[in-house]
Design a protein around this ligand. Structure first.
Ligand SMILES: C[S@@+](CC[C@H](N)C(=O)[O-])C[C@H]1O[C@@H](n2cnc3c(N)ncnc32)[C@H](O)[C@@H]1O
Length: 284
């Protein structure tokens, strides 16, 4: 089966460590849950038949939902074609600033908003998603002369996969999105990174601070007690080691792609935490 890949570049995207992540997933599971889906690198790689995916980012989830509806998808493709044709710095800023007027932005069709999100992601600086305190997308133009918004057949592949499998798409907080998870399901948490110092952390207006990491650790434990397979990735920080001390913590090296300061790109330690012993799920 041909697989799709993330249709947006997303901070914290897991494409570079996908092979390492795959080593730690359970061999068998029932429903796949990914409460912080972002670009969905692991999700698309595994392409499970039954899944619940979630993110608190409204515009991102709107794209997933449009991809799930053939009619809206076709309309979105037409808008994307026109964005590619009209692409320029001036056009970019005109489209970017559409969210400055909240009322008219809300009235835009969902497929128009979805095309805007994909285009801005491809045309903005470094594929960042960043909003200011008013929730306005504020990444500058990326200075590309040409953008390729649907990357050959990728959007078609994704749309076909999402429409032909049992994929539930949610736009809520991570905790409520896993309320239906039961014994034998597999949950992969890829939350915004914790840091020992302060780094880029502004996916949504709310941010994701230490209290959120603590709340997530509690949810991880509850799911573990319920008999779910639970895996989480994060930076190798003091807090994360304290919070998940009772579970299996595997340290890996990963290349960091997005950093406010380009010079700091390089290798950072990440951890993959599981509630099961061996690399491929629970021992018999
Ligand atoms: C590290 S990114 C996920 C990266 C993704 N795994 C990938 O490969 O692209 C974290 C995601 O968590 C989302 N997020 C932040 N706070 C959240 C919350 N309270 N509930 C659900 N999602 C949240 C952000 O919008 C962001 O997309």
């Amino acid at each position: 089966m041909l697989k799709g890949k993330p249709f947006v570049k997303w901070a914290g995207g897991k494409r570079q460590i996908i092979d390492k992540l795959k080593e730690y997933i359970p061999e068998e599971y029932d429903t796949y849950y990914e409460p912080f889906i972002g670009g969905g690198a692991l999700f698309f790689e595994l392409s499970p038949k039954k899944a619940v995916i979630n993110d608190s980012n409204v515009e991102l989830i709107n794209v997933y939902k449009v991809l799930c509806n053939e009619d809206k998808f076709n309309k979105m493709i037409r808008v994307l074609n026109s964005h590619e044709t009209n692409h320029s710095e001036e056009y970019y800023y005109e489209l970017r600033n559409k969210d400055r007027s909240k009322n008219s932005f809300r009235r835009l069709a969902d497929y128009t908003r979805a095309a805007r999100t994909i285009y801005l992601n491809k045309a903005c600086f470094n594929g960042l998603y960043r909003v200011n305190s008013k929730g306005e997308f504020n990444v500058p133009f990326g200075k590309k002369t040409k953008v390729n918004t649907y990357e050959g057949s990728n959007l078609n592949l994704i749309s076909y996969y999402l429409t032909n499998n049992q994929i539930k798409i949610l736009n809520e907080d991570f905790e409520s999105s896993v309320s239906t998870a039961k014994k034998g399901d597999f949950i992969y948490f890829d939350p915004p990174y914790d840091s020992d110092t302060s780094t880029f952390n502004s996916y949504t207006e709310e941010g994701f601070g230490k209290e959120e990491q603590v709340r997530l650790a509690r949810v991880f434990k509850e799911l573990s007690d319920r008999g779910c397979y639970v895996m989480l990735s994060n930076h190798n920080t003091k807090l994360i080691n304290e919070l998940y001390g009772e579970f299996n913590i595997h340290v890996i090296e990963a290349k960091r792609n997005i950093n406010a300061n380009g010079k700091k790109r390089g290798k950072v330690e990440e951890v993959i935490i599981t509630n099961y012993e061996n690399k491929k799920g629970f021992e018999d």
